[in-house]
Design a protein around this ligand. Sequence first.
Ligand code: MN
Length: 231
Amino acid sequence: MSFVFTPPATVSVPVVGTPERFPVHRIYCVGRNYEEHAKEMGFTGREPPFFFLKPADAIVAVEAGQTGTIPYPSLTKNLHHEIELVVAIGTGGKNIKAADAHKHIYGYAVGLDMTRRDLQNEMKKQGRPWCIGKAFEHSAPIGPITPVAQAGDVNNAEIYVQVDGKDRQRSNVSRLIWNIAETIEHLSTAWELQPGDLIYTGTPEGVAAVVSGDTLVGGVAGLGTLSIKVA
Ligand code: MN
């Protein structure tokens, strides 16, 4: 087969303990999945889970021990960090029950859902899609994927991000409103999950702005850290 132009390379993420990489299919994100973050966004807490997507090529994959770089994006004056646990799907499926969700998980990673908050808020106000606030290039930094067998108890893991060495967000994955298994159950009723899908599971409270020159270091206990500099 030939193409009218060279097709883009497959987006992929390094995997801990192997030179093989995880090819990315889709990026799903869960909105307002920690109660204290829902409150800081002006909502009351538990509501049915809802989802948005980022394009696979929003990924900025950072090797272990390295610092990735993202450009400060266009149009915004309020670029926010959202530190998140990312679930990597290894086996697809639809209508997956929470009790079976673990069979579909390949591994976990630390991710940042970078957000042009001013643009997102304007879209919210107008009842328009969030894409311009959420789904831009370089908006999904991610560290290496740790396969399930090597990961700790991620359901009860501390999650945090520091900017230039100062704490911005610090919580625990146990505070997810919809836990990993429940999220997979809900998500797979709406979309058929595929190997290579990534799920950004939501962010705890403390989201705030970064500016050019800032360095973000985020982590989830048992999964290492993710380091990103804003150019
Ligand atoms: Mn998020």
